[in-house]
Design a protein around this ligand. Structure first.
Ligand code: ATP
Ligand code: MG
Length: 402
């Protein structure tokens, strides 16, 4: 990616257009950020009602590996990004042969695979949870028969996670004992898995960096994340939310991980903080992340604006958080049952009557439990005010206090 794609410019006779593989909410917020800067946008997603497709100049409605769909996307776009890590890496390779693609197919391929991802973390000198690969019956037998795994400890109780395609806690089974492992692996259809030791978590946090093709890198502050049932529920970002020494370690580790991938784009790395204060890396997402949605209202540049800048080869300047922030995820569970007459979405008015609340909905027309429908950002002039408002909003919406 040598030359910048300037917003509002003509590229091969067309308005400068940025493309995204995937039409979910992350793609939608990317499209919105790109459009705010003056770019045209194109989304490739098979779903006619995809959140990003609905707001983009162009929506190419094909599968991710569809030859003509990919050709159309390349014809329209000066550069292309992705909004979810399960986009088939071969599709990114095809696109990357003809257009700047960020992140690269190679980086996405590593993030798609828990085993490869963990190996990368270890190469970068960042500690991971004790784990073992379960890809063959022989490996299963070895873990079941050995009192100790290669990392020198007992992996039970553990969590068996599919190496690929997991998200929001899907594709994971908690395995209490050695004996339960075979059944759990069978339940996961004996696909390649990683067995991870269950760790005593004190907290979880994440760091988002943006890195340009020239190697310049900027980061957001460390986000403190509360998960419920394997899904992000609340993100809090303010001074002291994560102890300063751990925050510095997490930022340093994330930068090393991005550097090690020669990464271009926005990258999020998730960490566990263990009881006792040790920092362990969990996983990474080669894209903006749910834990970075607060940046839309609490920072002078959002994670999506940085995604646009890295893709277009524009300069990066360190983003500045100008307000303490709490983000509440709005899951489908909060939606009332649809009925002929009754309400079909939560009562927003009392929530929006609270100062410093910013509602973001993704345009999804049906709600299901666990489905990410939107998020609510809360900003204010003090941590106390933001916390008080966030708790009030949570109570109004039926979100458990935190
Ligand atoms: P995501 O939507 O973030 O991609 P995922 O399905 O990839 O989620 P993980 O991040 O691996 O899942 O796990 C989801 C949550 O489960 C974690 O945020 C954490 O709360 C819990 N968890 C996962 N692994 C462990 C572990 N080894 N020890 C303790 N808790 C864990
Ligand atoms: Mg996770």
């Amino acid at each position: 990616m040598s030359r910048a794609i300037l917003p509002g410019a003509l590229v091969n006779g067309q308005p400068a257009t940025l493309g995204v593989m995937g039409g979910g909410q992350l793609g939608r917020m990317f499209v919105q950020a790109a459009q705010a800067m003056g770019y045209f946008t194109a989304v490739l997603d098979p779903d006619a009602a995809s959140p990003a497709g609905l707001v983009s100049h162009h929506h190419i409605q094909t599968d991710y590996l569809h030859e003509q769909g990919l050709a159309q996307l390349m014809q329209r776009c000066a550069a292309i990004t992705t909004e979810f890590e399960n986009v088939p890496a071969p599709a990114l390779t095809t696109l990357g042969a003809h257009r700047p693609v960020a992140p690269s197919a190679d980086a996405v391929a590593i993030a798609q695979d828990r085993a490869a991802e963990k190996a990368h973390f270890v190469r970068c000198g960042v500690p991971v949870a004790p784990h073992a690969l379960i890809e063959t019956p022989a490996q299963l037998a070895a873990v079941m028969s050995q009192p100790n795994n290669s990392s020198g400890g007992d992996l039970f109780p553990g969590i068996l996670k599919t190496s690929r395609m997991g998200y929001d806690g899907k594709g994971q089974i908690r395995v209490k004992t050695r004996e339960a492992l075979a059944a759990a692996w069978a339940e996961l259809k004996s696909v390649p898995c990683v067995l991870e030791k269950m760790l005593p978590l004190q907290a979880e946090c994440s760091v988002i960096v943006a890195r340009g093709a020239d190697g310049q890198m900027v980061n957001f502050p460390v986000q403190l994340n509360l998960h419920r049932d394997g899904i992000l529920a609340v993100t809090s970002v303010y001074e002291g939310a994560v102890p300063a020494d751990l925050a510095a370690q997490a930022v340093q580790a994330t930068r090393a991980i991005a550097e090690g991938l020669n990464y271009v784009g926005v990258l999020c790395v998730e960490f566990f903080i263990l009881e006792g204060g040790q920092l362990i890396v969990n996983e990474m997402a080669p894209r903006p992340h749910n834990s970075g949605h607060y940046t839309l209202n609490a920072c002078d540049q959002s994670q999506f604006e940085l995604q646009v800048r890295t893709l277009a080869g524009l300069p990066l300047t360190p983003p500045r958080q100008h307000s303490p922030a709490i983000m509440l995820n709005l899951l489908g569970d909060l939606w009332p049952e649809a009925s002929a007459k009754g309400p079909t979405s939560p009562a927003w008015a009392p929530v929006l009557a609270l100062p410093g609340t910013h509602l973001h909905l993704y345009g999804k027309l049906s709600a299901r439990p666990g489905r990410k429908m939107g998020h609510l950002n809360i900003t204010g002039d003090s941590v106390e005010a933001v916390r008080a408002t966030a708790l009030q909003a949570a109570a109004l919406l039926g979100i458990e206090a935190f």
